[in-house]
Design a protein around this ligand. Sequence first.
Ligand SMILES: Cc1ncc(C[n+]2csc(CCOP(=O)(O)OP(=O)(O)O)c2C)c(N)n1
Ligand SMILES: [Mg+2]
Length: 549
Amino acid sequence: MSRHGGKLLVDQLVVHGADTAFCVPGESYVALLDGLYESPIRLITCRHEAGAANMADAYGKLTGRPGICIVTRGPGATHASVGVHTAFQDSTPLILLVGQVASDQEEREAFQELDYRRVFGQMAKWVAQIDQVDRIPELVARAFATACSGRPGPVVLALPEDMLATQSDARDALRFNAAQAHPGAEQLERLHALLQRAERPLAIVGGADWTRAASEAMREFLEANELPAGAAFRRQDALDNDSPSYVGDVGIGINPKLAARVREADLLLVVGPRLGEMTTSGYTLLESPTPAQTLVHVHPGAEELGRVYRPELPILSGMGQFARAVRELRVESRWRDWTTGARAEFEEWQRHDPMPGSLDLGDCIAHLRERVPDAIVTNGAGNFTVWVHRFWRWHHYGTQLAPTSGAMGYGVPAAVAAKAVLPDGVVICFAGDGDFLMAGQELATAMQYELPVVIIVVNNGMYGTIRMHQERQFPGRVVGTDLVNPDFAAYARAFGAHGETVTETAAFPAAFERALAAGTSAVLELRTDPEAINPRTTLTAIRAQASEG
Ligand SMILES: Cc1ncc(C[n+]2csc(CCOP(=O)(O)OP(=O)(O)O)c2C)c(N)n1
Ligand SMILES: [Mg+2]
């Protein structure tokens, strides 16, 4: 069977299980677009390549299969690069397909030409260019295997225009098999021995490569042994937050009492996360290279084990493989009070004192977590996320879509992708006023594909995080952080979406019901007091403290 390269490539995507692709079209890859004509793959055309790449990342997080993003040469690839970077930091399987100049034009700096190996070298697991049409099946299979094996991540494939248009008789590949490590009997025995010796053990769960079943198996292990477990930065859905074992998030804005417990623990069982800057409070919770705590680090990538901290017991394993192996593991718990104490501190941490202003974001989130407890929650970056981390409760793996890369503009596209993957779910995006306008145009995508999501824009009239750092380091010298914003409700209505402005806590529940019932996407602008800079303090207090110091 003879096919052009574009069709051959799309057929490979189907072989490997892709059912959705996110793109912004380009003249550099019309043969690939043509391959998508009459294909079973659902094509979602976006308004910005950053949106398309972030959607592909969210798809990868939700399904465990590579999110497919297709963009054109230099301008499209560079726009999409933020999604590749996020997929790298978040360990998300993703495949970016990029148009490339024709082979006979290469290296002339032809129109929009870039060398993608150099551009994406540091932020992708693998970058390649398919120069011969007959090798599409081989290289696409490798792209899927690479994206999903070990520590998952992004892969970039460049596609010369003439190659895509060339006919080929190549046969389809077979569906790829990802490789994942298992913990050995020896590691499990040592883990058992270390747990038996421990008095103040603490688990930190997170990272990628989880499934609902793996998260449930982990929960069984933790609960049966009365082990306390925190969630790594922006991985708060790794364990049901109602579990008596769950003790809060080990990320930005960590409960100081939980931070103290991480320091005091005699055994840290880290399952999944990298021990990165955000999960270690800027590398302060553990000492590098030799932590005071006995460290057991379980991770699917060998290069991550011992990268910053020497583990007493490194375990190279996938999450499902590890969780299944320890599900039945039992130790006699000598730490019941340690665990119930940590849990009580978490419950206490979810209550808060009233904040300045007529709208209290913490109260709005507390309402939502009761009203729609199983919602998928997305966000980008900004201080508003600290309220989400602190006051939401996640119950199932796959309900938090949040960039550990700290990329603004992630929440809206992630919400759109989540609704495409799980059409029956309630999807709520939390965005800051700055964060929202980095990706607000994808509201058009939500409308075009009839993917209703609720977007909550927390408007404090500034790039709040940066203002906070500014006040801490240069009190009173405000520069570059004020924002003059559009009317966000009117903006939403211009797209045909539902839009409302909410200025008081008491008005929020009814506004949310109207947003849910709107039958389209909705934007609720929440006007918050800029004084309420985070759930613990005010701008004025930060400035005063900094001036004194
Ligand atoms: C793409 C990107 N650009 C810049 C930053 C730096 N940054 C982090 S938070 C932030 C402010 C976010 O403002 P907003 O969305 O209004 O949230 P707020 O902090 O006010 O709650 C900025 C500029 C970033 N993290 N990502
Ligand atoms: Mg803001």
